[in-house]
Design a protein around this ligand. Structure first.
Ligand code: AQP
Length: 334
């Protein structure tokens, strides 16, 4: 039976990229009736420095973002990673299955560690083994993610395959990444070759789910573009990263294909298209941001939701971890 798992780091403000690449699609999978487990991966967040108070705030804000985006904590399981110790317990086994060379090839490691790898945390290097544990400790079969996480999900498959081979059992499923739709890689509004990211130093590069109407409109008005009007057809977007990005965002927010959008806006100048995009973005994001603000008014309730989610998550993860321990040869009480 299919089971969905995915996570988001509480490492800053949620962006439109996180919404279109992840949250919106999480809500879709839940609403299709697939058993879905969603995690605020606070242990991943601390692979780079996080101020403790900011981390607490970001975790609760992220929980509010999930719920405001349509994740129903009664239907889906919603919790923060640190409260389910089975993740790190399984990750240790995977640290011993995965090879150093696999980790060294990860582009996120190379990007985030930068030139001075000796100074990066050991956690940042081992990140993909913990991510594999997040997924496999639930025997999840499908992982909806943005394009940037594809390599990590492939590594999860490699870890599952090696474990299964090493111990001669088909214990872990071979997980599928689910990367579909127009906005699996939303780009920075300032640079069409860089992904939109919550940790980009320029706030003008992204739309935050908490931005107010004026800020959203301003950021779209100032978004970098070339001087030409939009092409008449989708093929004309190929070499125009910034134009393509804005059209992709429009398509994802309006739930249309890029071809449908081009039929509507092809040939328009940016001075005409940008206000249309701003109106659409405000229309779709304002209800989410209002709901997030309302939920943040009662953090006690958010903490209760997360604690309840963690309890349900442990109910699934604990027997799978125990079985993995047994396969590996750990002695324990039955
Ligand atoms: N620009 C994006 N377009 C589409 N999807 C995106 N995702 C992130 N950015 C985009 C997807 O959001 C989910 C959560 O990502 P994450 O928080 O685990 O880490 P990330 O990919 O590193 O996201 P950020 O926003 O760039 O955070 P920082 O700046 O802290 O590294 C994932 O499914 C991701 O694909």
């Amino acid at each position: 039976t299919p089971r969905v798992f995915s996570g988001i780091q509480p490492s800053g403000n949620l962006t439109l990229g996180n919404y279109l690449g992840a949250l919106k699609r999480f809500a879709d999978s839940q609403n299709e009736g697939i058993e879905s487990i969603f995690c605020m991966v606070d242990l991943h967040a601390i692979t780079v420095w996080q101020d403790p108070d900011a981390l607490r705030q970001a975790t609760r804000q992220l929980a509010a973002g999930f719920i405001a985006s349509g994740i129903d904590p009664d239907k889906s399981i919603l919790f923060n990673q640190s409260q389910v110790p089975e993740h790190t317990q399984m990750a240790w086994i995977f640290n011993c299955v995965a090879r150093m060379g696999w980790m060294q090839r990860m582009t996120q490691w190379k990007d985030k560690a930068g030139k001075n790898q000796q100074n990066a945390s050991l956690g940042l290097f081992a990140y993909p083994a913990l991510m594999a544990a997040d997924i496999l400790v639930y025997h999840a079969t499908h992982v909806p993610v943005g394009e940037d996480q594809k390599q990590h999900v492939e590594l999860t498959r490699d870890i599952a395959i090696k474990f299964n081979n090493d111990f001669g059992q088909e214990f872990f499923p071979i997980t599928e990444p689910v990367i579909e739709g127009a906005a699996t890689r939303v780009m920075s509004l300032r640079d069409g070759t860089k992904k939109m990211s919550k940790s980009d130093p320029s706030d003008m590069s992204r739309i935050n789910l908490t931005d107010d109407t004026d800020t959203i409109a301003k950021k779209i008005r100032k978004a970098k573009t070339d001087p030409e009007p939009l092409p008449l057809e989708a093929e004309g977007l190929e070499d125009r990263a910034e134009a393509r990005n804005l059209v992709n965002i429009y398509a994802a927010l309006s739930e249309q294909s890029v071809d449908q959008v081009m039929a509507e806006v092809g040939g328009k100048a940016f001075s005409e298209f940008k206000p249309m995009l701003a109106d659409l973005a405000v229309d779709r994001l304002a209800p989410i941001s209002d709901e997030m603000a309302r939920l943040m008014g009662d953090v006690g309730e958010i903490d209760r939701i997360l604690a309840h989610g963690a309890e349900r998550a442990r109910g699934i993860a604990s027997p799978i971890l125990q079985k993995a321990y047994e396969i590996v040869g750990m002695v324990g009480a039955k």
